[in-house]
Design a protein around this ligand. Structure first.
Ligand code: FAD
Ligand code: SF4
Length: 508
């Protein structure tokens, strides 16, 4: 290659496309590497056939066929578009990972192909002691919002999240359950609710297939931005053999791939997701045998809607993404924000109720159907200070070895958060079933990171504010690995803003 050396971005997920967008805006040539997995042709054909007909024209068989992939999946495996291609099976990533539900991705676009699209910035109140502030991230949230669609409205959440102004934006049609809850909500200093902010483009058809893959691809994926950057020019996307390690050589960074090839760049920006990046760092940082990962614990609190709603929640048009965000700022529960996402009806509720209780009570089908229409489930997230940690090392075969260190206080914090949240939800017509609170496995919320936390001056096991491990000049880690902690509010928007901040900085 002639001309200036490019910058090499490892990963095309939300972090990778954000840093690449900032680098390209600075006029830097960018080579982007990723694991190259993409939607299989058969699934893409099924998707485009579905998208060719309005939802009213779909047959029951078509609906069932689109949902079958996820319904047939084993255990907690996530599938969208009928396939699990964007999430690696545990055994591909780990030699051992007992009790850890977090998974890696080798897909173009990473885990954002399968995600829930909930978006919030981090609050300054949850960044105490960080070497960067909410103000440092603010312009980069704005830059990210230039290429990520955002559905939502300006409402009672606005004072908590000034970095994400919603004026002029449109929401996805809220369901009747959400409308009834928000109509009764009286925001206070301790508790605020508003419509969820989702990375979803306008034009939602209300087909209710969000948890199976949007046939119109309206739910944003980083894959969309890869395509856009390639079209605009400047991005050399080279999907394929995974990256194994990185070394600094003189004034270059050299990136080694599993097929034995090497790519020389002016700088390397590591955005392989917290697990992918951990494996690469453990192979690249001399003397680094172990990294400690932080998780944001989550659990599900079912509630029963006790008030009338102005329609059935399962009648089209409807969506099954989070409907409402609820934020609890109660020092008696936590010094940090407790975040919850409220989900209205979806096709899993009745199936779960029948599977768990139906067999014990003959002819009870109509009861479970009626109950499922009254269910609203709050997914509650805690700050990582109250959550488990995971030690990550390398096994002899090169896979990760994960050792989960539970936090003995997590369950108590989750119960306290559910009780406090439940008291507030009751005022809006939701009766919390706190006895049925279901804590998730470690990593099951997919909000994890902090393996190489940023510090003002990077010491061992830390990075500087540009994501550079101690002693390194040309390797910048830009994904959730470098967050100093994992606040409860959603992770991806903050990761993207931080990656964009690092890419926008001109180090030369
Ligand atoms: C089911 C589900 C729901 C979620 N819902 C939400 C939500 O509602 N809100 C939210 O904020 N977050 C959510 N998340 C989390 C969100 O998806 C992640 O935070 C986000 O995708 C992380 O972005 P990333 O770019 O750091 O990594 P990833 O998305 O994991 O992307 C990693 C990239 O690196 C590449 N890669 C990995 N290893 C290598 C290697 N060795 N060599 C080369 N390339 C490599 C991959 O191909 C991929 O392109 C959800 C996740 C899941 C699974
Ligand atoms: S309801 Fe969900 S799947 Fe259907 S169009 Fe809207 S975002 Fe896409």
């Amino acid at each position: 290659m002639t001309g200036p050396l490019p910058d090499v971005v490892i990963g095309s997920g939300p972090a990778g496309v954000s840093v690449a967008t900032a680098l390209l805006a600075r006029g830097r040539p960018v080579v982007m590497l990723d694991g190259g997995r993409d939607l299989p042709a058969e699934a893409e054909a099924q998707r485009s056939a579905l998208a060719a007909t309005p939802p009213e024209g779909w047959s029951k068989a078509q609906r069932n066929a689109w949902q079958a992939g996820q319904f047939d999946a084993a255990g907690a495996e996530v599938r969208r578009f009928g396939t699990g291609y964007a999430m690696e099976p545990a055994e591909a990533t780990f030699a051992e990972a007992d009790g850890l539900a977090l998974r890696a991705s080798l897909a173009v676009g990473g885990l954002s192909n399968f995600w829930g699209s909930a978006m919030l910035p981090y609050r300054q109140e949850d960044m105490t002691g960080w070497p960067i502030s909410a103000a440092d991230l603010a312009p980069h949230y704005a830059a990210v919002m230039d290429f990520v669609p955002m559905a939502g409205v300006e409402d009672a959440l606005a004072p908590l999240f000034p970095a994400l102004p919603m004026a002029g934006r449109s929401p996805i049609l809220p369901g009747p359950q959400a409308r009834a809850v928000l109509a009764r909500h009286r925001p206070s200093a301790r508790f605020r609710m508003g419509l969820a902010r989702q990375a979803v483009a306008s034009g939602c058809k209300g087909c209710g297939m969000c948890l199976h893959g949007c046939p119109w691809r309206l739910i944003w994926s980083a894959r969309d931005q890869v395509a856009r950057l390639r079209q605009q020019g400047g991005l050399d996307h080279r999907p394929g053999a995974p990256v194994v390690s990185i070394v600094e050589s003189g004034s270059d960074a050299v990136v080694y791939r599993a097929d034995g090839t090497a790519i020389r760049g002016a700088r390397a920006y590591l955005a392989a997701g917290v697990l992918g990046s951990a494996a690469i760092l453990l192979r690249s940082l001399p003397g680094m045998r172990e990294l400690t990962m932080a998780d944001s614990a989550q659990g599900f609190l079912p509630t029963i809607q006790t008030v009338r709603t102005d329609g059935a929640p399962d009648r089209v048009p409807f969506h099954t993404l989070p409907q409402i965000f609820a934020e609890l700022s109660d020092p008696a529960v936590s010094p940090h924000t407790v975040h919850a996402q409220l989900y209205g009806w979806n096709e899993y509720y009745e199936r779960d109720l029948r599977a768990n209780h139906g067999r014990k009570i003959p002819f009870s089908g109509p009861i479970w159907r009626a109950l499922s229409r009254r269910l609203v489930v709050a997914q509650i997230f805690l700050h990582s200070a109250h959550s488990a940690q995971v030690r990550l090392g390398l096994a002899e075969d090169g896979r990760l070895q994960a050792d989960v260190r539970p936090n003995p206080q997590t369950l108590d914090h989750l119960k306290a958060a559910a009780a406090a949240m439940g008291r507030q939800l009751r005022l809006s017509g939701l009766q919390p079933l706190t006895f049925a609170l279901r804590p998730g496995a470690v990593g099951s919320g997919f909000h994890a990171g902090s393996t190489l936390p940023m510090a003002v001056a990077a010491g061992a096991g830390q990075s500087d504010v540009l994501g550079r491990p101690a002693g390194w000049q040309r390797l910048h880690v830009v994904d959730s690995s470098i967050l100093p902690a994992i606040p409860a509010t959603t992770i991806t928007l903050a990761v993207m803003a931080n990656a964009h901040r690092i890419g926008a900085y001109n180090p030369s």
